[in-house]
Ligand binder design. Structure first.
Ligand code: DX5
Length: 216
């Protein structure tokens, strides 16, 4: 059984104390940190640029995922690779040159991930799967933290796992102590958690612990 990785996303963090919040997550056993990059076009929210990845890079030794929820992500790959992102995820819906985009990410020295939105068919991944390290199955419509987990997501995760036994399957949106066991049972091994960590009433460490304990 592969280790299940917990990836706090900073969307719900207190950005006025970002370095501290990232260090809290690392100390509490987080496996990676995700920076949710949004451009106000692909999703109706505007968030972080490469400078924030640089700040996270200075605050932690953990791998950093830059999840580009942006139109034409190919315009930003070099900037995010140079900022210290270990893995760069692009949305399958956001570029007309996904193969070239994935190749460029890898030429820049980062791992390559592809995220698919709830209404995007798994079949859209088939041809790019052999070239990528990770698939992010969005379990909410991207744009905001704290949204409700889409209940049919585990079935979609199973269909991605049926396409590839190799690729890492990440899930993102509404992941908490209740939904984490559901997505892991379906084949997910990388859990992005924003509100259930940074919005957790008992604090960051307790939030991560609650998810871990739900998986034991
Ligand atoms: C897309 C964002 C969120 C965030 C996690 O909306 O990328 O999915 O990472 O959000 P929650 O708070 O649902 O864990």
């Amino acid at each position: 059984m592969p280790r299940i990785e917990i990836v706090p996303s900073i969307l719900s963090a207190d950005v006025g104390r970002l370095a501290e919040q990232v260090k809290e997550a690392e100390a509490a056993g987080a496996d990676r940190i995700q920076v949710d990059v949004m451009d106000g076009h692909f999703v109706p929210n505007l968030t972080f640029g490469p400078g924030v990845v640089e700040a996270v890079r200075r605050a932690t030794k953990l791998p950093i995922e830059a999840h580009l929820m942006v139109d034409r992500p190919e315009l930003f790959l070099e900037a995010f690779a140079k900022s210290g992102a270990t893995l760069i995820e692009v949305q399958v819906e956001a570029t007309s040159s996904l193969y070239r985009t994935v190749q460029t990410i890898k030429e820049l020295g980062a791992k390559a991930g592809v995220a698919i939105n709830p209404a995007t068919p798994v079949e859209d991944l088939r041809e790019i799967l052999p070239y990528i390290d990770l698939v992010n199955v969005m379990t909410v419509e991207p744009g905001f933290g704290g949204q409700k987990f889409i209940g049919r997501s585990p079935e979609k995760i199973r269909r991605v796992r049926a396409l590839s036994s190799e690729v890492e399957i990440e899930v993102d949106g509404g992941i908490d102590a209740r939904t984490a066991p559901l997505v892991v049972a379906a084949g997910a091994t990388v859990l992005v958690a924003g509100n259930s960590v940074y919005g957790y009433k008992g604090g960051v460490a307790a939030g991560i612990k609650a998810i871990r304990e739900a998986l034991d």
